[in-house]
Ligand binder design. Structure first.
Ligand code: DGJ
Length: 730
């Protein structure tokens, strides 16, 4: 990895192991994008920009009608001086004008990768892991600079980008748009992949050809949302799991975002991603700075599987943080689908007792333990124990669970307040609201105004009090509605449109503080499942409840889609009861187990109601998972059959040293006269001989990958198969 800089030509070549990214300051200080793709040894400019006159494309230099920003591939384009495509930023001056003009001022390069102030980001542990290039662009008239930061990792095909605005002038500036990245490609031979969904149907993979015009996904819900993910990839036609070019963009941010692709009339493609400019502005007073979130750019010529493994490796090693980054995650039992709000200490102890006997390691007490909460209508914000349900308090219950030999975890929804709560009665101004309008409720609750320091302080104190009072080693941090009536009683009128972003900054501040105060608590993020499953949250909480949909068959797609970007160790996956509570389906316990064992295994059902036979099966699942857990949680993940394509799904895990593998196959519906299928495993060492742990059979890695195993037919819907291989030592 090296960042080559030609100081005479102001040419910057970010050269990774397999990828090159090149830009250059061309005439008059414009920063042009020249190339991103497969690594080139030495860039000498074979793909020169062709300057030619294009109709209706304006010219900043009156003497040259061939030069127009409208056709120039750029790094951080503006609006207002000739480029009519989507701008990367837009800033309003005191006089109301929105025309700005950033030109190259200087650059600097250094080893390592800086933290972003107030925002989550990927990191390095040693400065030799990455190099950072900062290109400082300036609008001289305004005294405004934009520092474009690029970090190149040494051993990963990853480039990160972010931008910092500095108002060094004397007038107030209003940022109307500040995206994190814009990249111009000189063709449009791409398909676009995005992840869309809904509550209980997250992370569906959408793939479509791009066409002239704008194709956009976004969120204006105050959270990254289950509806669209802050991710997009451009792929060449024919790209599949194992081959083909991929250009991927993932934003490390948990709030409103936009991710868009624009094909211009000359078939150039512009991709940009960042904070959603819709309902956003930011007043930047003289001397102030504004930092955009980070975006992770991944290029590979080896298909979507490789793209995912690049993200997985980066996120599990350099986004999630110690100590839990490096620890196997406990197998948990959660009481939500077992009891919902209807429980007491005795019931919890019964389930915990059963769980302990089956080998479960952590009991998680879900919603309903606080205030006077018996349904979703009250008490959010009142983080004091519900005396009726838990008369001896939380510490007593936690100690009882711990005396059984398990850890104790607790659910919170810290960002919310119920109208029926002491907190709301005392501080009605503490929720998001606009003057003189009634509240819009969601799940009967309101959103606390985390743009306010006093509200953040309250949340930190309320949580800290509970977490210090009882032996709690895990927290499930839920968030169950999106923002409406977005406004803050504490912000001036001209800052109202800062509220949603300030909320996210407040949330990050709270999570930073709480996780620092309680470093030995494992935090799991949740937003009615995968409603805020994003890289921003993973920085603070190394695992996320993937979906409120626990049906094993629905989960095939949800987990497969989530795995496009996020590693299996981050995905909470639970075995629940049948008929399934979300879709009513009856699936075999074995299949439920294998699906949940493909992520971070947990159980979410009333274990006291299982038959002896079922308990035995669960015990075996848990024992198996404990054996393969390091492989699942720290191994490499390979997708084999895509559940979005049809009736089956398959994937396998391989340990980093390739000495172990585990593979799963799922068939949705049983078929008459079904064709025979062969599964070919991936990522094994071709020269190793592997032993099938169950049957003792020996096969070469190359045979398992190229010849594969022919599957026997099973006369049952929702069936599954599992294999374990270990390197055979001769
Ligand atoms: C939504 C979560 O996703 C569920 O698992 C559960 O914790 C409920 N909230 C509780 O209200």
């Amino acid at each position: 990895m090296t960042i080559y800089i030609d100081d005479d030509q102001l040419l910057f070549h970010l050269q990774g192991n397999n990828t090159s990214y090149v830009m250059q300051v061309i005439r008059d200080g414009y920063l042009a994008h020249l190339y991103w793709g497969k690594r080139v040894h030495s860039y000498r400019g074979s793909n020169k920009i062709i300057f030619m006159e294009r109709g209706f494309s304006p010219n900043p230099d009156a003497s040259d009608r061939t030069f127009s920003l409208d056709t120039l591939p750029q790094e951080y384009p503006a609006y207002g001086n000739g480029d009519f495509r989507i701008p990367a930023y837009q800033i309003q001056l005191d006089n109301g004008s929105i025309v700005t003009d950033l030109r190259y001022k200087k650059h600097r390069m250094y080893k390592g990768k800086p933290k972003l102030k107030g925002l989550p980001s990927t990191y390095v542990e040693d400065d030799n892991e990455a190099e950072t290039l900062e290109i400082i662009m300036e609008d001289r008239m305004l005294g405004l600079t934009a520092t474009l930061a690029y970090s190149l990792y040494a051993d990963r095909d990853v480039i990160t980008r972010s931008v910092q605005f500095d108002n060094q002038g004397s007038q107030n500036l209003k940022i109307l748009r500040a995206l994190s990245t814009s990249v111009d490609f000189r063709d449009d031979e791409f398909e676009l992949i995005t992840l869309y969904g809904a509550h209980i149907n997250e992370k569906n993979i959408e793939r479509r050809r791009i066409v002239p015009g704008i194709q956009m996904v976004d969120s204006c819900r105050g959270a990254s949302s289950p509806q669209q993910a802050p991710f997009l990839a451009l792929v060449r036609k024919g790209t599949d799991e194992d081959q083909g070019e991929v250009y991927a963009f993932n934003l490390v941010y948990s709030g409103n975002f936009t991710a868009q692709v624009q094909v211009d009339p000359y078939r150039n493609t512009r991709v940009s991603i960042g904070i959603n400019p819709f309902d956003f502005s930011w007043l930047l007073e003289p001397g102030e700075t504004f930092q955009t979130p980070e975006v992770i750019l991944v290029y590979t010529a080896k298909g979507l599987g490789d793209m995912s493994r690049i993200y997985h490796d980066l996120y599990s090693k350099r986004l999630c943080r110690v100590p839990f980054r490096d620890r196997v995650r406990p197998i948990l039992i959660n009481n939500w689908e077992a009891t919902y709000f209807d429980f007491d200490a005795e019931k919890i102890e019964q389930i915990a007792n059963e769980a302990n006997q089956l080998g479960i390691e952590l009991f998680v007490l879900d919603d309903g333990w606080f205030g006077k909460r018996d349904d979703s209508k009250s008490s959010l914000g009142d983080w004091v124990v519900n005396q009726r349900k838990l008369p001896n308090g939380l510490a007593d219950l936690a100690n009882r669970v711990r005396n059984l030999g398990m850890e104790f975890g607790l659910w919170f929804e810290p960002e919310m307040v119920s109208i029926d709560s002491e907190l709301y009665r005392t501080h009605p101004d503490w929720c998001l609201q606009v003057p003189d309008r009634p509240h819009t409720l969601g799940r009967n609750q309101l959103v606390l105004d985390l743009s306010r320091q006093d509200v953040c302080d309250y949340v930190i104190k309320a949580l800290s009090d509970i977490l210090s009072d009882a032996p709690i080693t895990y927290v499930k941090w839920d968030m169950n509605r999106h923002m409406t009536d977005i406004g803050s009683m504490a912000l001036s009128p001209e800052r109202q449109r800062e509220t949603a972003h300030r909320y996210i900054l407040g949330l990050y501040k709270i999570m930073e503080e709480i996780t620092a105060r309680f470093p030995n608590i494992l935090f799991e993020s949740c937003s009615s499942g995968g409603g805020r499953f994003d890289a921003g949250m993973l920085y603070y909480m190394p695992q996320i409840w993937t979906s409120d949909n626990t049906d094993a068959i629905c989960r095939l797609k949800i987990q497969y889609g989530t795995s496009l970007v996020y590693p299996p160790i981050t995905m909470g996956a639970h075995v629940s009861s049948v008929p399934n509570h979300q879709v009513g389906r009856m699936t075999p316990l074995e299949t439920r187990g294998y699906v949940a064992m493909s992520g971070n295994l947990g159980y979410e059902l009333d274990l006291t109601k299982l038959t002896e036979e079922e308990k035995e099966a669960v015990k075996e699942q848990i024992a198996l998972y404990k054996e393969i857990r390091p492989l699942i949680q720290f191994g490499r993940f390979y997708r084999i059959f895509n559940p979005f394509d049809g009736n089956e799904a398959a994937w396998n895990f391989v340990s980093e040293d390739q000495s172990e593998a585990a593979a799963y196959y799922f068939k949705v519906l049983s078929q008459p006269a079904a064709p025979l299928r062969t599964i070919k495993f991936k990522g094994l060492h071709p020269d190793y001989v592997y032993e099938n742990v169950e049957s003792g059979e020996l096969f070469g890695g190359d045979e398992l990958m190229n010849v594969g195993i022919t599957l026997s037919t099973i006369k049952q819907d929702f069936s599954s198969m599992f294999w374990r291989f270990k390197k055979h030592s001769v």
